[in-house]
Design a protein around this ligand. Structure first.
Ligand code: NAD
Ligand code: DAU
Length: 345
């Protein structure tokens, strides 16, 4: 039997593919290869004969019912882990349409196919953003969802639809809601890789608002290990928060990056804030810890290794930071910067 990993050519998905294949399991990846999907993230798997024999790739859309059903019937899929999504909040504010398609309709197509083909386990990768801002304390799995941007609202739609397939049809669903991931192979539109790569290029680091927003950072390998653990020990029909227990102000993370790369603090520029910006994300992970899992990677070590990886793998991100990326970057940031020197932007 094979595991279907959708969105396996993206940031977290590619780390999860590596983890599962290294355990000797057969993996089928379905990925549309949007701007965020990158087969280079899986190059080591394909080039190693030991791992490549356990790996099969389909380029395609999770919204394509005919393709999804063909994969289910020809590949003997018994487990599906759905990472496929449009994932960047800022892009969802510019245009939400693809978010509604993939993060809601795509989940529906996968759930329907899973029901028809009698899948044994369906892991829906949701996000802590579905809770909205944590004004005080931290969110438990039973708290009300209050998503506040088009990305998190469409993820909440997919999250609840998956749950509905458990309550209605007893499809064996587990839903995970993780906090902010960081690590290698993260597309450089996101905060940490954007700031590292801009700093390496001596460009300005666009810090939204006062930089006092809080995110709880979890290393991508810890996140993947938690999903793997829940696949074996999680209870069907349940939601699990996966947090790093590591809340930080954005400005403090920006300063760590600057210090590690020995760049001047003046590279940080406070710019116009994100619309509807969630001030703080915070998760109560008692349920996951009671099930026997907790994160291992200390932020101080994980962030240092991540910065080093981006410094040592400039070809990977330099190939990305042109064309479509620069078009998006200019649209998102050119009106925000005040720096006169276009080289710095
Ligand atoms: P990413 O943007 O790096 O990767 C997404 C992948 O999905 C890409 O490979 C892309 O090509 C693929 N994809 C997009 N639309 C598709 C479609 N219609 N059909 C098939 N493939 C499609 O995202 P990521 O950061 O790796 O996030 C993966 C999942 O984890 C998402 O569901 C996201 O909501 C969730 N999540 C992310 C974080 C985080 O901090 N990055 C935290 C919690 C949850
Ligand atoms: O919390 C989980 C979520 O984390 C995931 O579901 C999303 O897919 C993922 O993108 C991430 O969302 P965020 O909006 O928190 O991540 P992002 O990297 O875009 O931003 C992190 C913080 O940094 C946020 O407070 C906004 C701020 N920021 C971001 C960018 C891109 C800046 O100050 N400047 C920037 O240029």
């Amino acid at each position: 039997m094979s595991m279907l990993i959708t969105g396996g050519a993206g940031f977290i998905g590619s780390h999860f593919v590596r983890l599962i294949i290294n355990q000797g399991c057969k993996v089928v990846v379905l990925d549309k290869l949007t701007y965020a999907g990158n087969l280079e993230n899986l190059k080591d798997i394909v080039e190693n004969p030991k791992t490549s024999k356990l790996y099969k790739f389909y380029k395609g859309d999770i919204c394509n019912q005919e393709l999804v059903e063909r994969i289910f019937s020809s590949e003997k899929i018994d487990t599906i882990v759905n990472f496929a999504a449009e994932t960047h909040v800022d892009r969802s504010i510019l245009s939400a349409s693809s978010f509604i398609d993939t993060d809601m309709k795509g989940v529906f197509v996968l759930l329907e196919a899973s029901r028809r083909f009698g899948i044994k386990k369906f892991i829906q990768i949701s996000t802590d953003e579905v809770y909205g801002t944590a004004y005080q304390d931290s969110f438990r799995e039973t708290d009300t969802l209050n998503p506040s941007n088009p990305y998190s609202a469409s993820k909440a739609g997919g999250d609840r639809l998956a749950y509905a397939y458990w309550t209605t049809y007893k499809l064996p669903i587990i839903i995970t809601r993780a906090s902010n991931n960081y690590g290698t192979y993260q597309y450089p539109e996101k905060f940490i890789p954007l700031f590292i790569t801009n700093a390496l290029e001596d460009k300005k680091l666009p810090l939204y608002g006062d930089g006092k927003q809080v995110r709880d950072w979890i290393h991508v390998d810890d996140h993947c290990a938690a999903i793997n653990y829940l696949m074996m020990h999680g209870k069907e029909g349940e939601v699990y928060n996966i947090g790093g227990g590591n809340e930080r102000y954005n400005i403090d993370v920006a300063n760590i990056i600057i210090d590690e790369l020995k760049k001047p603090k003046t590279l940080i520029e406070h710019v116009k804030d994100r619309e509807g910006h969630d001030r703080r994300y915070a998760l109560d992970c008692t349920k996951l810890m009671s099930a026997g899992w907790k994160p291992k990677i200390k932020f101080e070590n994980g962030i240092r290794d991540t910065i080093k990886w981006y410094r040592d793998n400039q070809a990977w991100w330099k190939r990305i930071k042109n064309g479509e990326f620069m078009e998006y970057y200019n649209k998102q940031y050119s009106h925000r910067f005040t720096s006169a020197d276009p080289q710095l932007r």
